[in-house]
Design a protein around this ligand. Structure first.
Ligand code: BTN
Length: 267
């Protein structure tokens, strides 16, 4: 159920344009799908946000579903309309930087990014980001963010954690959502003002993937192991091994550490 604080969260926003307006829903199939539909009908503009208490068909990367029970978590999407000359692939990095920043400020935990779009604490995933973008009639991107705040987490995911489990104490999803809208606005504005390099640097500072031996699993191909070297401005990951240097694109692969672990517990 939508709490009364969730219902009045708009009055607490500290943003200039992000999450203005915001629509709060009890239940929806998917916040990304809902916002895309609004945008398709010309009923959404840059910065519009939707936050649902529950999703019946929450969507994840690579065609997966996103466990979305009511009463405890954040399922939110925002519409961003970048200028024509900017690559919207960078927006998943922008969102990752904003999520980690928000969790540090609002919850006090050391959140990090696992390439491409998973936010982790102590090697366990608490947040996933799904960006869907297009260029018709002008560039748009829907940035969907799912955060396990007080759980319960997806029982099928052994490496999942909620923020309240990781902190061993209460976490307010309303405080976190409000902070997230501020950090998202800040990161987007920095990207527009300073360019891709700002985002790549900020993401690199808060990641757990670069420098690690990783296993690249592409559907239909044999997995291979290499060192995660750097991140590209389009969000791709450069992996090197025995003279082979390949850019891995987020839509097609999953990454594990070479020893099979999901992500390092410390760094
Ligand atoms: C992933 O890790 O696979 C990405 C998960 C993204 C989930 C969020 S929840 C809000 C938004 N609506 C969706 O249907 N998906 C995203």
């Amino acid at each position: 159920m939508v709490t009364s604080r969730m219902r009045s969260i708009r009055s607490e926003l500290e943003t200039r344009w992000m999450a203005r307006p915001t629509v709060i829903l009890d239940e929806v199939d998917s916040t990304n799908r809902w916002l895309k539909n609004q945008q398709g009908h010309g009923e959404a503009s840059h910065g519009m946000a939707v936050w649902a208490d529950a999703q019946t068909e929450g969507r994840g990367r690579l065609g997966r579903t996103w466990h979305s029970p009511p009463g405890s978590n954040i399922y939110t999407s925002v519409l961003l309309c970048p200028p024509h000359n900017r690559l919207s692939g960078v927006l998943s990095l922008v969102a990752g930087v904003a999520v980690c920043d928000a969790v540090r400020r609002a919850v006090g935990l050391d959140a990090r990014m696992k390439w491409p779009n998973d936010a982790v604490i102590q090697g366990r995933k608490f947040c996933g980001i799904l960006v869907e973008a297009g260029a018709d009639p002008s560039p748009w991107a829907i940035v969907g963010i799912g955060v396990n705040v007080t759980g319960p987490v997806d029982p099928a995911l052994v490496h999942a954690v909620s923020l309240s489990e990781a902190r061993d104490g209460l976490v307010s999803r309303e405080d976190l959502w409000r902070t997230l809208m501020s950090t998202l606005e800040y990161a987007y504005d920095q990207w527009i003002a300073q360019g891709d390099t700002w985002v790549v640097r900020a993401w690199t500072r808060m990641n757990v993937t670069l420098g690690q031996e990783v296993q690249v699993k592409r559907p239909g191909d044999a997995p291979w192991v290499g060192t995660a070297e750097s991140i590209d401005v389009d969000g791709g990951l450069w992996v090197v091994a025995h003279g082979r240097r390949e850019k891995v694109i987020s839509g097609e692969v999953s990454i594990r550490l070479a020893d099979g672990r999901y992500a390092p517990e410390s760094f």
